[in-house]
Ligand binder design. Structure first.
Ligand SMILES: Cc1cc2nc3c(=O)[nH]c(=O)nc-3n(C[C@H](O)[C@H](O)[C@H](O)COP(=O)(O)O)c2cc1C
Length: 324
C-alpha cells in the first residue's frame, strides 16, 4: 500500500536544518516544544550501510522512539539518509517505506572527507549520470514525499542547473539548495544567486539555505531569491528562537532577553536528555555542542565561553549558565 501523500509545503515555510551530532531526538523534542514556529525539522543523516542492513529498530531509534509514535511529528520531519552507489540503498529505502515514514530526504551535500572518499554526499554531484540512477532507484522504492538537499556543485558550479533539472525529472518533490560548493565548505557569504537560479528553472519548490543569522536574513532570502521556504542551520543553533522572532516581526532582541532564552532552552534540553537517561558525560558533551554559537556576538562573553568549554561536570557547566 502506498504511503499517505503529504500536502504541499506552504510558501514561506521555515525549516530547522539537519545537523549531525545536534538534531537528535532530545534536541528535536526541545525545538518542537519551545519553538513550534519552525514549520519543519530534519533528522541528521542516517548512513546507509554498505554491508548488511540496519535492523528496523535502529532506524526508529535514529528518528526517536517517542517521536516515531506521533504522526504529526512524522509529517513535519524529513528523515535524512546519506548513501552512495556502494551502499544498500534499496534495502534501506524499503525498510523506511515499511515503517511508514512519510518523508525521505537524500543528503547530496555532505562535504566531509570520509563521506566524499566513499563517494557519498556532495561527491555525488561530480557525476550526474550516476547520481540520476541513485535518485531514480530511491524514487522507485519510496512512495512518500521524496526530497533532496544539495550543494551548488563539488568544485565548480557548471552542472548546477543540470542537477536541478535532473532532480525535477526524476520525481523529487522538494529541493533544498545549500548555496555553496563542496570546496566552499562553510565559507561566507553563501551564493544566494544560485538559489534564485534554481527557483527560475525548477517546477518543484526550492528551499533556500545558507547564511541566515537573523530574522532580517530570513526575510531577505525569501524576497531576494523567490525561494519557497528557508532552511536554517548554524543560525538556528545560535538562536533557536529566530523563527518565532521572524513570525512575530520582532527583528531585534536585546541581550537580557537572549540570556533568558538561552537559559530556558538549556533547562528544557537538559531535561529531555535526562529523561533519556543520557550519561553525565554525554549530557555535558551535548550541552557544550548545542551552545557553541549561542554566546557569539553577545557583549563580553569570551571568558564565559572559555569556562563553558573547559567545564568538567554537568553541574559546573549549568552553574555558569545559571549565572548568565
Ligand atoms: C554541525 C553541523 C552538522 C551538519 N550536519 C548535516 C547533516 O547531517 N545533513 C545535512 O544535510 N547537512 C548538515 N549540515 C549542513 C547544514 O544543514 C546546512 O546546510 C549548512 O550549515 C548551511 O546552512 P547555514 O549557513 O544556515 O549553517 C551540518 C552543518 C553543521 C554546522
Amino acid at each position: 500500500m502506498e504511503l499517505k501523500k503529504l500536502p504541499q509545503v506552504p510558501y514561506g515555510s521555515l525549516f530547522f536544518a539537519p545537523m549531525e551530532g545536534i538534531t537528535d531526538e532530545a534536541f528535536r523534542k526541545t525545538i518542537l516544544k519551545l519553538y513550534p514556529e519552525w514549520d519543519y525539522l530534519a533528522t541528521d543523516f542516517l548512513r546507509v550501510p554498505s554491508a548488511g542492513k540496519y535492523p528496523k529498530k535502529h532506524i526508529i531509534r535514529h528518528f526517536g522512539l517517542e517521536l516515531f509514535e506521533m504522526s504529526w511529528v512524522l509529517d513535519r520531519t524529513m528523515f535524512q539518509i546519506l548513501t552512495s552507489h556502494k551502499a544498500f540503498t534499496i534495502e534501506m529505502v524499503k525498510q523506511i517505506e515499511d515503517l511508514k515514514f512519510p518523508w525521505l530526504d537524500m543528503n547530496i551535500g555532505c562535504p566531509s572527507n570520509t563521506v566524499c572518499k566513499n563517494q557519498g554526499g556532495s561527491f555525488l554531484l561530480t557525476n550526474l549520470v550516476s547520481l540520476r540512477t541513485l535518485v531514480k532507484t530511491i524514487r522507485e522504492h519510496f512512495s512518500g514525499r521524496f526530497s533532496c538537499k544539495i550543494r551548488i556543485g563539488y568544485n565548480h558550479t557548471e552542472n548546477f542547473e543540470d542537477s536541478i533539472k535532473m532532480l525535477n525529472d526524476e520525481g523529487v518533490e522538494l529541493i533544498t539548495v545549500h548555496a555553496r560548493t563542496r570546496d566552499d565548505m562553510y565559507k561566507l557569504p553563501a551564493r544566494w544567486s544560485f538559489i534564485e537560479k534554481a527557483v527560475k528553472i525548477s517546477q518543484v519548490p526550492i528551499i533556500g539555505n545558507g547564511d541566515i543569522w537573523s530574522p532580517s536574513d530570513l526575510k531577505n532570502m525569501l524576497e531576494q531569491t523567490g525561494c519557497h521556504g528557508v532552511m536554517v542551520a548554524r543560525g538556528a543553533l545560535k538562536a533557536p528562537w529566530i523563527a518565532r522572532c521572524f513570525k512575530e516581526n520582532n527583528f531585534k532582541m536585546n541581550d537580557p532577553e537572549i540570556y533568558h532564552e538561552i537559559k530556558h532552552f538549556l533547562k528544557n534540553y537538559r531535561q529531555h536528555l535526562e529523561d533519556e537517561n543520557v550519561t553525565p558525560r554525554g549530557l555535558l558533551k551535548q550541552s557544550k555542542s548545542v551552545t557553541r554559537f549561542m554566546l557569539d556576538g553577545l557583549g563580553e562573553t569570551n571568558e564565559i565561553r572559555r569556562k563553558l568549554v573547559l567545564s568538567q561536570t554537568v553541574s559546573e557547566f549549568y552553574s555558569i549558565i545559571d549565572g548568565l
